[in-house]
Design a protein around this ligand. Sequence first.
Ligand code: DAH
Length: 342
Amino acid sequence: MTAQSKLENLKVEALSKMQAASSSQALYNVKVEFLGKNGLLTEIMKEMASLSKEEKPAFGKSVNEVKQALEQAYEGFETALKAKEIEEKMNSEEVDLTLPGFTRPRGSVHPVHLVINEIYSIMSRLGYAIRQGPLIELDSYNFEALNIPADHPARDMQDTFFIDKTHVLRTHTSPIQIHSLESEKPPLRIIGTGAVFRCDSDISHLPHFHQIEGMCVDRKVSMGDLKGTISFFVKEFFGGDLKTRFRPSFFPFTEPSAEVDCTCPICKGKGCSMCKHTGWIEIGGCGLINPKVLAHAQVKYPEWQGFAFGFGIERMAIIKYGVDDIRLFPENDLRFLRQFEM
Ligand code: DAH
């Protein structure tokens, strides 16, 4: 049999198989058998070798024609079969439009993140930009640059998880201040939030909790600016006419330093178990940035001065939402989390 007649037979056979195909899948299988990469049409091209130089072009052309014809036929059969299949499906399946739909459980934002989002929204109105820092810090960023040298007694305040000799899980968000001072030029107003870690765990302490850090560096910065900023922030965050008070304190990275209390939002200052009957709740520390910290980051003092503050986020959430156990935050009990659904 000549190559040409083999080709003719192949075409006839392919067409009849396509016609006989009863489903679009069966039709597709026929397509693969004949037109596929290793199909019969490719196979027949091997006949080329046995042809004379003059016969070759004509045979090549015929193969192409057969290929096109088969592809065209395939499309025609496919359209018809698909339409038939849809028709059959519609006739055999019944859709009951009166059935109730599926209700999908909705997620909600974790209260820690509700607090973080609100902090961002309040502080961005004061021109603060958001900055982040690594959770694994060099010892030098977590301590040294913040004026806490290796043998300084203030390190006792930080129960540190050491990773190796030079790396720690950051014990506070204050190193974010250093990253910003080193990589940006003043004037600066930044806010940073995130997880911090301390080897400490009881009813009111978690080994893994969150803080917010704020820093403002400008030409003239005073305790008055700091108090104004924090009072505004506390009023916006807790709402109502909560008062803030500043108690003298000590942090190596600020001078002078203060601790910030706000009126207990539960009893409005009258005294309750939440505020240990003092009427005040402590939310964090603050102060004017110690010139030593600025000098360490090559920022010129007194040309540039600054204030900083650091608050505990779970603490703020406890006060705002009236949560009575800090351990509820990392537990992720859905009964707790669902109370924050919007
Ligand atoms: N880093 C301190 C802590 O974890 C909190 C703090 C106090 C941050 C005073 C500050 C600050 O920025 O000025 O206990």
